[in-house]
Every structure is written in C-alpha cells, then in structure tokens.
Write a protein that binds this ligand. Structure first.
Ligand SMILES: C[S@@+](CC[C@H](N)C(=O)[O-])C[C@H]1O[C@@H](n2cnc3c(N)ncnc32)[C@H](O)[C@@H]1O
Length: 227
C-alpha cells in the first residue's frame, strides 16, 4: 500500500476499541477514514453510513485510494433508518452532538437487538449520553480522554449487559471509569468543566432558579472528584 493512512488520534482512539469479531456500522462516517483504519487493522466487517451524499462521495474517493471500494459498503441513511439490525453487532457514532446521537438511538431503538457494543464520541451532552445509553441496557465498559488541537475529547465504550446497572450522579456527570483518574489531563478536563459551568451560571438570569441550582450542584460534584 503506497497511501499511508493518516488519521487523527481521536479517530485512532475510537478505532482501538474495535476488535476482529466486531461487525461494525459507522453512523456519520463522513470521509470514512476511520472505516479504512478499521478494515486495515481491526475488523474486515465494516459498513460506512452517512445521512448526506457529499460526505459519501468523499468516502468513495478515499475507498478508491485504498482499493477498498468492494470491501466497505457505503450506505446513505439517516441514523439506522436503512438498516434492519442484523447487519451489525457494533455501532460507532462519533463527531456528532450528544442530542443527535440520542435521537439516532431513540429512533433506531428497535434495531439494537444484535448490538453488543457501541463506541460513542461526542463533544456535547456527554452526561445525557451516559444516562440515555445505560438505560437502553448498556454498561460503560471503558472511557478515555484524548487531547487534540487543544480540545479534550471523551470516547466511551458501552457494552450490552443483562445486569441492572445504576449509575450515581458523579458516574453520569464525570464517568464511572474516568472519575478514578488522577492524571493531569483529567484534572485539566475537570477544571474546564467547572469553568464552563461557572460562566453559564453567571449568564443565566436569576429567574431560572432550577437551572442555577443544577449548575451549582454539578460544580460541587466536579470539585469533589479530586477529594
Ligand atoms: C463532524 S462529522 C464526523 C465524522 C466522523 N464520524 C468523525 O468522527 O470524524 C459528522 C457526520 O455525521 C453525519 N450525520 C449527521 N447526522 C446524521 C444522521 N442522523 N445520520 C447519519 N449521519 C449523520 C454528517 O453528514 C457528517 O458527515
């Protein structure tokens, strides 16, 4: 292969949660670089899907470059709309807002019967994602932080479980695995989260009492993580 595959650390971190038994659908594949990485190094069962034509054209160009056009199917689909559920056992959804991911999973809920694993990466509403996906019957198996170009990303591995799982407020806000970290990246992440909430608190009009109380509570939880 002459074309050296250059993917970001964020995508590589997501990809490294995948192994050879996984039958992957990547929702919102965009350029499909992650899918090429997965096919070359992790699993040879990868379907790349996107809601828009334009990214899929870009994806096709990349597949041509790596000679993988007949190896990685490209599917034009809004979320799981064009899937039945038996084509995959692993979902990857990355680089989207948390609420969009929740919407995709809510709408595709009936197609998750075979999904044993999800790798999720979002920059927003991560606590809502933890809460929503765990209520679908998935436990948080692993979580990692990755810093790229000044942004700290959270990548979460969810695994299907039959056990009843109950996460507390710290688990949902910080992450049941991340909360035990002590390193500098984690401290930087927590400090950023506290600052974000302090700024939001100042800007929320006093009449929104509940929102203000909630922010205060979250700041307290975040500060307690270091104790
Ligand atoms: C910012 S890109 C992220 C690409 C890649 N997953 C990554 O992490 O680098 C988001 C992609 O998700 C696609 N997308 C947004 N909403 C979607 C949906 N409901 N179903 C499928 N794809 C969607 C967009 O068209 C876009 O290509």
């Amino acid at each position: 292969m002459n074309n050296k595959l250059n993917i970001s650390n964020r995508l590589r971190t997501i990809g490294d949660f995948i192994n050879s038994n996984d039958k992957v659908v990547d929702i919102g594949c965009d350029h499909a670089l992650l899918d090429i990485y997965l096919y070359l190094y992790k699993t040879q069962y990868v379907i790349a899907s996107d809601i828009n034509d334009k990214p899929l054209k870009e994806a096709l160009k990349n597949l041509q470059k790596y000679n993988l056009v007949d190896k990685i199917p490209l599917v034009l689909s809004s979320g799981l709309e064009k899937f039945k559920g038996n084509e995959f056992n692993t979902l990857v959804i990355a680089g989207m807002g948390g609420m969009t991911i929740i919407e995709i999973l809510r709408e595709g809920k009936n197609k998750l019967f075979n999904t044993k694993k999800m790798v999720i990466q979002s920059n927003r509403d991560i606590p809502k994602l933890r809460s929503f996906i765990s209520k679908l019957g998935y436990k948080i198996e692993d979580e990692v932080l990755i810093k790229e170009k000044g942004i700290i990303y959270t990548v979460i591995l969810f695994k299907k479980t039959k056990k009843k799982i109950k996460y507390n407020k710290t688990d949902i806000l910080v992450g049941p695995i991340l909360k035990n970290r002590k390193d500098t990246l984690f401290k930087e992440f927590i400090n950023k989260e506290i600052e974000k909430r302090k700024k939001a608190y100042i800007n929320i009009p006093k009449k929104y009492i509940l929102k203000r109380i909630n922010l205060k509570k979250e700041i307290r939880i975040l500060k307690n993580v270091f104790n």
